[in-house]
Design a protein around this ligand. Structure first.
Ligand code: BGC
Length: 737
C-alpha cells in the first residue's frame, strides 16, 4: 500500500487533531490555504494538476475507486504538503443498497433501523473511496408541495432531530477515523424546508422565535450526535441568504453551540449571492460568505478567484482565513485520512450483500403506513384467494421504486412488487398483471380496458400508483399533489367493477387522496421503498408482517390547507366540529356573520386527511393506566410517565408509542401538542407492556420573547397514545422549586 509522506513528518498520532492541524497550517502558503477551501466536481478540467499543486481540498462526485486513489496519491505524494482529499458524495438513503427515501425512513420511527441504514450506506460508499456524505438532510418540512420533502425526516423537530442524530451516528460509526466511517453533513442550514409555496430555492421568512423553536433543534441534535460538517442552504432566510448569513453560521452555530467542524456551501450557493441581490459582484459574494462562516466552497470558484485580493486589500484578514482552513484540516485529521488516504475495496463487505438487503427489506417494511383497511381486506389470505389483479405503472418498475437521490443505486438490484407477489403466491393464486399506464403521468387511457376486465374477474385488485422518482426531490415541486396523470380516473374505473381495491402508493411526498379514498378498501403508503421494496410490501400485503409505520408528516385533504401540521397554535378561535360549516351547507342568501366562527376552511374543515403519527396495524393495541411518577415537578427535575399497552388482537406486531405534551400558558404561545418521546415496541398477541418515558423539565424549554431558552413553571397536559390523536391523557405542574 502506498504511504502518505506527511504521516512521517507528523508521526505523533497521539497529538490531537487540533494540534496537528495547527502545525500543518504553519507550513502552508496562502495559495495552499485557499486550496483547502475549494471543492470541485470529479472529472473537472485540470483536476489532476490542481490536486498536485495543492489547489483543491475536496472533490465531489468521484466514486471510481481507482480514480479516487489516484487523486489521493497526487494529493498525498505529489503535492508539497501531502494533504489528503475529502471525497464527498450525496449518499442520502443508501449507496448501492437503497433504503427507503428519508421520509419513508422517518415513518419507521425506529432509531436503530435508521442508524443501521446509514451504517450500511457508509461502508458501501467508503469502499469506493468516499469519506464524506452530504447527509442527513434535517430540514423541518411542512409543505408536501416541496419536492425535497422526500429527502427530509418530516415535520416534527423531535422526530427529525432524533432520527437525524441516528443517521449521523450511523454514517460516522463508533470512531470517525475508522475506514468504515464517513463524515456526516447536517444540511441545509437553515430554514430551507420553509421555502414559500413549497417552491424550491425560494425565500423563507421565519421569525427568530419560530426558527429557534422549530427549525434549529434538529441541527443541534445532529451536532450533539457528532456531525463534523454542516451545509449552508441555498435559500434566503429573512432577507439574508443562508450562505452569507453570519447570524446562522457565526452566532448560532459557532458561538452558541460551539461547533468545531466546518461548513460547506451548497452547490454554487456562494456565487448565487449575487443573483439573490445580496452581493454586488463575485468578490463581494466571496467576502460575505467567508465572513459569515462558510469554510468551503462547493462547485463555484469565488474563494479561489477572489480571496487573494480580499486578503491583500485587508478586507479579509489572514486570521479569518486560517480559522477556515484549520476547521477543514482538523476534520481531515479526525477522519484519519493522513493515516489511510487510500481505499482498498477488500477491506469492506461486499456491496448489496444479503445482510444489507435484509436490513433494507426490514426498514422498508417498517416504513409502510397502513392508512385505511375497511372490512379487513388486508392482509390478503393466500388460502382463500383464487385470483388477483396487479395494476399500475409502479408495480414492476425497479428504478422508480428507488426514489430521488440515488446517484449510485442500480435498478438491476431492485426486487419489484410484482416479482415479489409472484414469489409469494406461487401457483396458489392466479395473478393477472395489467400495468394500465406507461407511467404515473400518462393520460392516454390505452391500457384501462385490460385492467378493468382483469379486475372484474378477480377477487381483489391491488393497484400500485403514485409518483415516479422524478416527481419529487430537488427542484421537483408540485402545485397539485394528487395522483398525477389519469391515475384517479383509473381508480374510479376499476372501482366500478365492484372488486375491492387495495391501493399501494409509492411516492416521494404525501399526496392528496381525497378524490379516491372512498373508492378503495385499503391504502398502504409505501413512499419510495428502495431496493427491497417489493418483498417488503408483499410481506405486508400477505400478512407475513404487520404494518407498523406511522406518518412523519400530516396529510392534507387538499392543497389549500397547507401548511397543516399537528403542532399548530390554538389561536383565539380554535375550531371544533360544532363550530364549522361546510360550503355546501350554506343556505341560499345567508347573512354574513363571524359570531361563533372559528379557524377552518369552508370547503376543507380543519382536520387533515391523516394526522401526524397515524398508522394502522393488523392487530389492535389497547392503551390504559397512564401513570405519572408525580403530578408536580420542580424546575431541573424529571418526571416518569408510563402507560400499559396491550396487543389485544390476533397477530404479533410492532407499535410506536408516542408521548405528547402541551404547555398551557406561555410567555409566547405554545403549540397545542408537541411530541416529546416515542418508542417502538413489539408485542405478541395478548402481551402487554408498561412503556415508560422520562421527561426532564429541560425537555419543555422554548425560546421566549427575549430569545431566552426557558422552561416556565405552570400547568401542562400530557398524552400517551398511538398517534398525535392519543388515547390517554393526564396533567402535571412544573413548579419554580
Ligand atoms: C443540493 C445538496 C447536495 C449538493 C451536492 C445541491 O444541489 O442542494 O443537497 O448535497 O447539490 O450534490
Amino acid at each position: 500500500m502506498l504511504q502518505n509522506p506527511h504521516m512521517n513528518q507528523v508521526s505523533e498520532t497521539e497529538t490531537s487533531p487540533q494540534q496537528r492541524a495547527r502545525d500543518l497550517l504553519e507550513q502552508m502558503t496562502l495559495d495552499e490555504k485557499i486550496g483547502q477551501l475549494c471543492q470541485v466536481n470529479g472529472g473537472a478540467h485540470d483536476l489532476h494538476d490542481a490536486v498536485r499543486e495543492g489547489r483543491i481540498g475536496s472533490v465531489l462526485n468521484e466514486v471510481h475507486v481507482d480514480e479516487v486513489n489516484e487523486l489521493q496519491r497526487l494529493a498525498v505524494e505529489e503535492s508539497r504538503l501531502g494533504i489528503p482529499l475529502l471525497i464527498g458524495r450525496d449518499v442520502i438513503h443508501g449507496f448501492k443498497t437503497i433504503f427507503p427515501i428519508p421520509l419513508g425512513q422517518a415513518a419507521t420511527w425506529d432509531r436503530d433501523a435508521v442508524r443501521l441504514g446509514a451504517r450500511i450506506a457508509a461502508t458501501e460508499a467508503a469502499s469506493s473511496g468516499v469519506n464524506w456524505t452530504f447527509a442527513p438532510m434535517i430540514d423541518i418540512t411542512r409543505d408536501p408541495r416541496w419536492g425535497r420533502i422526500a429527502e427530509s425526516l418530516g415535520e416534527d423537530p423531535v422526530l427529525c432531530g432524533e432520527l437525524g442524530a441516528a443517521m449521523v451516528q450511523g454514517f460516522q460509526g463508533e470512531s470517525l477515523d475508522n475506514v468504515h466511517a464517513i463524515a456526516a453533513c447536517a444540511k441545509h442550514f437553515a430554514g430551507y424546508g420553509a421555502v414559500e409555496g413549497g417552491l424550491d430555492y425560494s425565500t423563507a421568512n421565519i421569525p427568530e422565535g419560530e426558527l429557534r423553536n422549530t427549525y434549529l433543534p434538529s441541527f443541534k441534535a445532529a451536532l450533539d450526535a457528532g456531525a463534523v460538517t454542516f451545509m449552508a442552504s441555498f435559500s434566503d432566510l429573512n432577507g439574508v441568504p443562508a450562505s452569507g448569513n453570519e447570524f446562522l453560521m457565526k452566532q448560532v452555530l459557532r458561538e452558541e453551540w460551539g461547533f468545531e467542524g466546518f461548513v460547506v456551501s451548497d452547490w454554487e450557493s456562494i456565487k448565487e449571492l449575487t443573483v439573490h441581490g445580496f452581493a454586488e459582484n463575485d468578490t463581494h459574494a466571496a467576502l460575505e460568505a467567508a465572513t459569515a462562516g462558510v469554510d468551503m466552497e462547493m462547485a463555484s470558484t469565488l474563494y479561489r478567484d477572489h480571496l487573494p485580493e480580499l486578503i491583500e486589500s485587508g478586507r479579509f484578514n489572514i486570521e479569518q482565513l486560517d480559522a477556515m482552513v484549520f476547521n477543514i484540516l482538523k476534520v481531515k485529521f479526525e477522519l484519519g485520512l493522513f493515516e489511510h488516504a487510500y481505499t482498498n475495496p477488500h477491506d469492506y463487505p461486499a456491496l448489496v450483500n444479503e445482510a444489507h438487503l435484509k436490513a433494507a427489506r426490514d426498514t422498508a417494511a417498517k416504513s409502510c403506513v397502513l392508512l385505511k383497511n375497511d372490512n379487513r381486506v388486508l392482509p390478503l389470505d393466500r388460502g382463500q384467494l383464487n385470483s388477483m389483479t396487479v395494476i399500475g405503472p409502479l408495480a414492476d418498475d425497479g428504478y422508480e421504486q428507488l426514489g430521488t437521490w440515488i446517484f449510485d443505486g442500480e435498478s438491476r438490484h431492485s426486487r419489484t412488487c410484482l416479482q415479489a407477489i409472484y414469489d409469494m403466491v406461487g401457483d396458489s393464486v392466479q395473478v393477472h398483471w395489467a400495468p394500465a399506464m406507461a407511467n404515473s403521468r400518462c393520460r392516454d387511457g390505452g391500457g384501462f380496458d385490460e385492467a378493468i376486465e382483469a379486475a372484474r374477474q378477480s377477487d381483489v385488485a391491488v393497484m400500485f400508483l403514485g409518483e415516479e422518482s422524478i416527481l419529487s426531490g430537488e427542484a421537483h415541486c408540485r402545485a397539485e399533489i394528487d395522483l398525477p396523470g389519469d391515475q384517479e380516473k383509473l381508480v374510479h374505473a376499476v372501482a366500478e367493477t365492484g372488486t375491492p381495491i387495495v391501493l399501494v402508493v409509492l411516492a416521494g411526498r404525501p399526496l392528496t387522496l381525497g378524490n379516491i379514498i372512498d373508492r378503495v378498501s385499503a391504502v398502504l403508503y409505501a413512499w419510495h421503498p428502495g431496493t427491497m421494496g417489493g418483498p417488503a410490501i408483499a410481506d405486508l400485503l400477505f400478512g407475513e408482517e404487520s404494518p407498523s409505520g406511522k406518518l412523519p408528516v400530516t396529510f392534507p385533504r387538499m392543497v389549500g390547507q397547507i401548511p397543516i401540521y399537528y403542532s399548530r397554535k390554538n389561536t383565539g378561535r380554535p375550531p371544533s366540529h360544532d363550530s364549522i360549516t361546510h360550503i355546501d351547507d350554506i343556505d341560499g342568501k345567508a347573512p354574513q356573520t363571524s359570531l361563533g366562527m372559528s379557524a377552518f376552511h369552508l370547503d376543507a374543515g380543519f382536520t387533515p386527511q391523516f394526522h401526524f403519527g397515524y398508522g394502522l396495524s393488523y392487530t389492535e393495541f389497547s392503551y390504559r393506566d397512564m401513570v405519572l411518577s408525580d403530578h408536580r415537578v420542580a424546575l431541573g427535575g424529571s418526571l416518569r410517565l408510563s402507560a400499559t399497552v396491550e396487543n389485544t388482537g390476533e397477530v404479533a406486531a410492532d407499535e410506536v408509542v408516542q408521548l405528547y405534551i402541551r404547555d398551557l400558558v406561555g410567555n409566547v404561545t405554545r403549540p397545542v401538542k408537541e411530541l416529546k418521546g416515542f418508542q417502538r415496541i413489539h408485542l405478541a398477541p395478548g402481551e402487554s407492556r408498561d412503556v415508560v418515558f422520562e421527561l426532564h423539565t429541560d425537555d419543555l424549554a422554548f425560546y421566549d420573547r427575549r430569545m431566552e431558552r426557558i422552561t416556565e413553571p405552570g400547568q401542562f397536559h400530557a398524552w400517551i397514545g398511538s398517534s398525535s390523536d392519543p388515547e390517554l391523557w393526564a396533567e402535571f405542574e412544573v413548579t419554580a422549586e
